[in-house]
Design a protein around this ligand. Structure first.
Ligand code: GRF
Length: 202
């Protein structure tokens, strides 16, 4: 499995993917890292690992399709066959989704369908929930609406603020995302409409 990892920010989940590959827990290669923010730390992490990485600025293109065509060209150049949105803060259009049909997942810092979209951690705190968490799901045309593959809960503590809760959700994400990728690498994930069946899980 040759991954195209899409990120817009820190790239701590990219780091978790790379660590899982290096430890042998994940049988995959990060073929390329792509970002819509040319100065983001995720790209610097990729460069530090010698991974091809590209910051592609949407402002340099006349429309979303042209921007995504450029992203897809980079992904194809490095023979990526699976896309991971790990903190990529843009909605994928048909051009990008069409390049990775059934082979594109997103990581979201809440228990979907609760709190989709931006600032999911802040949304959870504002709603006063006792439990939040993270979700890995397939990407469809909506915002954080695709079929759910895996979720893990994180308790919301009374002492939490956005930074503290986000940090604990991150810890869980860093284990869950490589785990899900390894399921794909082992060809254990089967999609049936909204339902995802993972071989070997109870
Ligand atoms: C993660 O919390 C992920 O759920 C969300 O964006 C964040 C990315 O963090 N979509 P990082 O860039 O991997 O550190």
């Amino acid at each position: 499995m040759r991954l195209a990892v899409f990120a817009s920010g820190e790239g701590s989940n990219l780091a978790a993917i790379l660590a899982a590959i290096e430890s042998g827990a994940l049988q995959a290669t990060v073929a390329v890292v792509l970002s819509d923010r040319p100065d983001c730390p995720a790209l610097q992490r990729a460069e530090a690992h010698g991974i091809p990485s590209y910051g592609v600025s949407p402002a340099d293109f006349p429309n979303k399709a042209a921007f995504e065509t450029a992203l897809v060209a980079h992904a194809r150049r490095w023979q990526a066959n699976f896309a991971v949105l790990a903190g990529y803060l843009r909605i994928c259009g048909p051009t990008l989704r069409g390049a990775f049909v059934g082979q594109m997942i997103n990581l979201h810092p809440a228990l979907l369908p609760a709190f989709p979209g931006l600032d999911a951690v802040g949304q959870a705190l504002a709603a006063g929930v006792r439990v939040s968490g993270c979700t890995v799901h397939l990407v469809d045309e909506g915002v954080d609406t695709g079929p759910i593959i895996a979720q893990q809960a994180v308790p919301v503590l009374q002492s939490d603020d956005v930074d503290r809760l986000r940090a604990r959700i991150h810890e869980v994400e860093h284990r869950l995302l490589p785990t899900v990728l390894q399921w794909f690498a082992e060809d254990r994930v089967h999609i049936n409409g909204r339902h995802v069946f993972v071989e070997g899980l109870p």
